[in-house]
Design a protein around this ligand. Structure first.
Ligand SMILES: Cc1ncc(COP(=O)(O)O)c(C=O)c1O
Length: 385
């Protein structure tokens, strides 16, 4: 058994990024500034969007995006198989979260279930590309066009993924926005941080202004050598900017993204091969044609009927082998706050509930050595024997 604990995720930050962070600190310009602007430009170029707006988390980005496309009281349809941020962003925009169940194979929102939930109040859909697997965007875009709805792609897991030849986050016109996360477990990190991308100029303007308390000019434009310190407030905003200290890491991380994602994919392939004949462990479904998965997390299902133990027991058993695992996600409406807010109860979202009982995340990060991967495989095989 391995001596040290293998976490389920760990970021890889280069010495160049660390030096660039120190450079920002020494320069005296720590907050949003030239490195943030540079990172935004590079990010927009990478995904193929006109606008990239950096923020201090994807949660903040989702909040700005929902505010940009809804009015208080509007309904927004999303998935129960997501992190709380997706729904919190709707609630804090004074909109109403409506959950639609997932597809049992992809774990992504089921377009048929979306259509069943549409009312006269529906204004937007937030599909979440779960684990980095692109949602069925053709079907979702068709529904959005039919009912005149905005789309916010929660792309927290999906940096580097692509759908039918287009990168997730590529610009798609009015009221279509994507939001990425740079939390340390994500495909690239800035510590905390996020990025919004869109081709919608009006929404981009509103979100850029609202992320800096509503000021029409950021501090960089006011306190720099050529700046003017007066500003106007267009609309009340929030304090959601990214700092140059974070962007210094982000712009370096972006250079490694493709390499990181290739390593993630190679590890997933080894897992899939090794686990193919374990009865009671269902590996993720094959990737859809003409799509690229970004493999943010690797999430097999623990079939307790066949294995004789539950997912939680599996996680404990893996810990005994010094291997960390994680849980993404309990179906959202089963948390007490969202049960209260949505009025949903156990039995209302059967697919998410079932997947939520079985799902587990195994270690997956680019710095895993071949020995780390072999240790995970050996532990899983022993546990499931
Ligand atoms: C699907 C999803 N959406 C949004 C978020 C929020 O990201 P952040 O931590 O950057 O706010 C996460 C974070 O884990 C997530 O998994």
């Amino acid at each position: 058994m391995r001596k040290d604990f293998l976490p389920f995720s760990k970021p890889s930050v280069s010495e160049t990024a660390i030096a660039d962070v120190c450079d920002s600190i020494r320069s005296g310009w720590l907050a949003m500034g030239p490195k943030t602007v540079d990172f935004e430009k590079k990010f927009a170029g990478y995904v193929g969007a006109k606008f990239a707006i950096s923020v201090n988390s994807a949660t903040a980005g989702l909040h700005l995006a929902v505010m940009a496309v809804t009015e208080p009281g509007d309904e927004v349809i999303t998935t129960p198989m997501t992190f709380a941020s997706t729904v919190n962003a709707i609630i804090y925009s004074n909109a109403v979260p409506i959950l639609a169940d997932i597809d049992p194979v992809t774990f992504n929102i089921d377009p048929k279930k979306i259509e069943e939930k549409i009312t006269a109040k529906t204004k937007a859909i937030i599909p979440v590309h779960f684990a980095g697997r692109p949602c069925d965007m053709d079907a979702i875009e068709k529904i959005a066009a039919k009912y005149n709805l905005a789309i916010i792609e929660d792309s927290a897991h999906a940096l580097g993924a692509s759908y039918h030849g287009r990168k997730i986050g590529a610009g798609k016109g009015a009221r279509h926005i994507a939001v990425f996360s740079f939390h340390p477990t994500k495909n690239i990190t800035t510590g905390e941080g996020g990025m919004i991308t869109t081709d919608d100029e009006k929404a981009a303007d509103q979100m850029s202004v609202q992320r800096q308390n509503g000021m029409d000019k950021g501090a960089w434009n006011r306190f720099g050598a050529k700046g003017k310190s007066h500003y106007d407030i267009f609309r009340p905003g929030l304090k959601y900017q990214m700092m140059d200290i974070q962007a210094a890491i982000g712009r370096d991380q972006l250079k490694y993204l493709e390499q990181f994602n290739s390593r993630r994919t190679a590890i997933v392939e080894r897992y899939n091969d090794a686990f193919a004949d374990i009865k009671g462990l269902t590996v993720p479904a094959p990737i859809e044609t003409n799509c690229v998965h970004s493999w943010h997390i690797y999430t097999p299902l623990i079939e307790s009927d066949e294995l004789g133990f539950t997912r939680d027991e599996f996680m404990e058993k893996m810990k005994a082998y010094n291997i960390g695992t994680a849980y993404h996600y309990q179906a959202l409406h089963l948390f007490s706050a969202y049960a209260r807010i949505t009025g949903l109860k156990k039995g209302d979202m059967p697919v998410s509930e079932l997947i939520g009982e079985k799902i587990v995340s195994l270690p997956l990060f680019p710095a895993m050595s071949d020995q780390d991967v072999a240790d995970v495989i050996e532990a899983v095989k022993n546990v499931c024997k």
